[in-house]
Design a protein around this ligand. Structure first.
Ligand SMILES: *Cc1c(COP(=O)(O)O)cnc(C)c1O
Length: 396
C-alpha cells in the first residue's frame, strides 16, 4: 500500500495553490486616486456610488447600500424589513455564526430549520414546519456560493406573509433561475471580508428592489438621516456603519476580475465533480439545476456514511493537509453553539434546542471544504486533489 504523507510517505502535492487576494495595478491606481482626492469617507462619496451601482447591476438589483461588514448587513436588513426584538427569524444551522448572531444582536430570536441532505442548504419543508405567529422572516444562506431554493422559499414566504433576507455573503455573482441572488427575496446581504470572493478587507452590502426598504436600511446605516435630508436632520435612531472610499476602490478593482474568476472556478469544479465520481466513499454536494451560476466560495464534498463511520473527519483533514491539499473541516452546527442557545434562553425564558440531525451529522462527520482560491488553479491541480483524496480513502 502507498504510504500516506502523514506517516512519512511522499505527499501527492508539494506546490502551493493560488494565493488570495489577487490584485494588480488597477487596485493600486484606484486606491491612490482616493488617497490623493482627500475624500476618504464621511459625506463625500465618489467611488462608493460606483461600487454600489456595479454590484447592484451584477445582481439585477435596483438599490444597494454599502456597510462596514456582512454581519451588520444582516442585522440592518432584518431591521429594515420590520423585524423587531422578540420576533422569530428562521435560519439554517449550517452557516457562519453571524447568520444567527445578527438577529440576536437586537433581540430577535433565530429558529433553526435543518438543511437538505444533498445540498446542505436550508430545507423549505423544515422552514414551513417551524412557522409560528411570531415568525417574521426567513434568512436562507447561499452556503458555499450555491443559492438556496428561492422559488419554494418565496412561495412559503408569500403564503405566510414573511420577509426573506438572503444571506449572500458567500455568493457574490451567483444566480438562481437566471436571476442574481440578493434581491430575489426582499433584501440580500453580502460580505467583502478578506476571505470572500470579492474582497475589500472588510465590508458589506445590502441589495433590494424595494425603494422603501433601501431607504430604511440607508437611514439605519447613516445615523438616522434620510437620503435627501440635511446633514444634521436625524429622523430615526441609527448607527454610523458606512464603508470608506478606500474599500469602494478595492471593490471596483476586485469586481473587474470576478467574471473571469467565476468562469475558472466553475470549470474546475465541474472537472473535480467528474474526477470524484471515480473515488469510492466521497461525493460532492448536489447542485439544483435551477442554480444557473454557482459562486463556489467553497467546494464542499461529503464522506459517505460507511467511510465517515470508520474514519474521523478531523483525521481525514490532517491526512489531506499532509498530502498538500488545504481541506478544511468547516462549521460546528449553530443550533449546538452554546453562546447562541444561552442567549435564546435568556431572551425567551425557554431552553430550546432545535434538533437538526442533517446539519449536525454534516458538521461532525461528513462535510469537508476546499476554499475558493484552490479552484483558481489549473486542471492538474484538480487531478492532484482527486488523487490525494483517493489515496487517503484507500488507506482505510
Ligand atoms: C462571512 C459571512 C458572514 C459575515 O460577514 P462579515 O463581513 O465577516 O461580518 C455572514 N454570513 C455568512 C454565510 C458568511 O460567510
Amino acid at each position: 500500500m502507498v504510504k500516506l504523507a502523514i506517516d512519512g510517505g511522499s505527499p501527492v502535492r508539494k506546490k502551493p495553490f493560488p494565493e488570495w487576494p489577487i490584485y494588480d495595478q488597477l487596485e493600486e491606481k484606484l486606491l491612490l486616486e482616493v488617497l490623493h482626492s482627500g475624500k476618504w469617507g464621511g459625506a463625500t462619496r465618489s467611488k462608493l456610488p460606483e461600487a454600489e451601482r456595479l454590484f447592484a447591476e451584477l445582481h439585477d438589483a435596483k438599490y444597494a447600500v454599502t456597510v462596514v461588514n456582512g454581519t451588520v448587513a444582516i442585522a440592518i436588513a432584518l431591521q429594515a424589513a420590520g423585524v423587531r426584538a422578540g420576533d422569530e427569524v428562521i435560519v439554517p444551522p449550517y452557516t457562519f455564526f453571524a447568520t444567527a448572531a445578527a438577529p440576536l444582536l437586537f433581540g430577535a430570536i433565530p429558529v433553526f430549520a435543518d438543511v437538505e441532505e444533498q445540498t446542505l442548504l436550508i430545507d423549505p419543508d423544515q422552514v414551513e414546519a417551524l412557522i409560528t405567529p411570531r415568525t417574521k422572516a426567513i434568512v436562507p444562506v447561499h452556503i458555499g456560493g450555491a443559492p438556496a431554493n428561492m422559488t419554494r422559499l418565496k412561495a412559503i414566504a408569500e403564503k405566510h406573509g414573511l420577509r426573506i433576507i438572503e444571506d449572500s455573503a458567500q455568493a457574490a455573482g451567483a444566480r438562481w433561475n437566471g436571476t442574481g441572488v440578493g434581491a430575489i427575496g426582499d433584501l440580500g446581504t453580502f460580505s467583502f471580508q478578506s476571505s470572500k470572493n470579492i474582497n475589500s478587507g472588510e465590508g458589506g452590502m445590502i441589495l433590494t428592489n424595494n425603494e422603501a426598504l433601501a431607504d430604511q436600511a440607508w437611514s439605519l446605516v447613516n445615523a438616522g438621516r434620510i437620503r435627501d435630508g440635511a446633514w444634521y436632520q436625524h429622523e430615526v435612531i441609527g448607527w454610523n456603519l458606512r464603508m470608506t472610499e478606500f474599500q469602494a476602490a478595492l471593490l471596483i478593482g476586485q469586481l473587474s476580475r470576478l467574471e473571469q474568476q467565476m468562469a475558472v472556478r466553475e470549470k474546475n469544479a465541474r472537472l473535480l465533480n467528474e474526477l470524484l465520481q471515480d473515488v469510492d466513499g466521497v461525493s460532492p454536494l448536489a447542485t439544483d439545476p435551477q442554480v444557473t451560476r454557482h459562486a463556489y466560495h467553497l467546494y464542499i464534498f461529503k464522506l459517505h456514511k460507511d467511510l465517515a463511520d470508520k474514519l474521523n473527519k478531523s483525521d481525514v483533514c490532517r491526512m489531506l493537509n499532509a498530502e498538500g491539499i488545504p481541506v478544511h473541516e468547516g462549521y460546528v452546527a449553530l443550533n449546538q453553539n452554546r453562546a447562541i442557545s444561552e442567549e435564546i434562553r435568556k431572551r425567551t425564558g425557554q431552553a430550546r434546542r432545535d434538533s437538526c440531525p442533517v446539519a449536525e451529522r454534516a458538521c461532525e462527520k461528513e462535510a469537508l471544504w476546499l476554499p475558493q482560491n484552490v479552484l483558481l488553479g489549473d486542471e492538474q491541480d484538480m487531478h492532484d486533489i482527486a488523487q490525494a483524496i483517493r489515496k487517503v480513502v484507500q488507506s482505510v
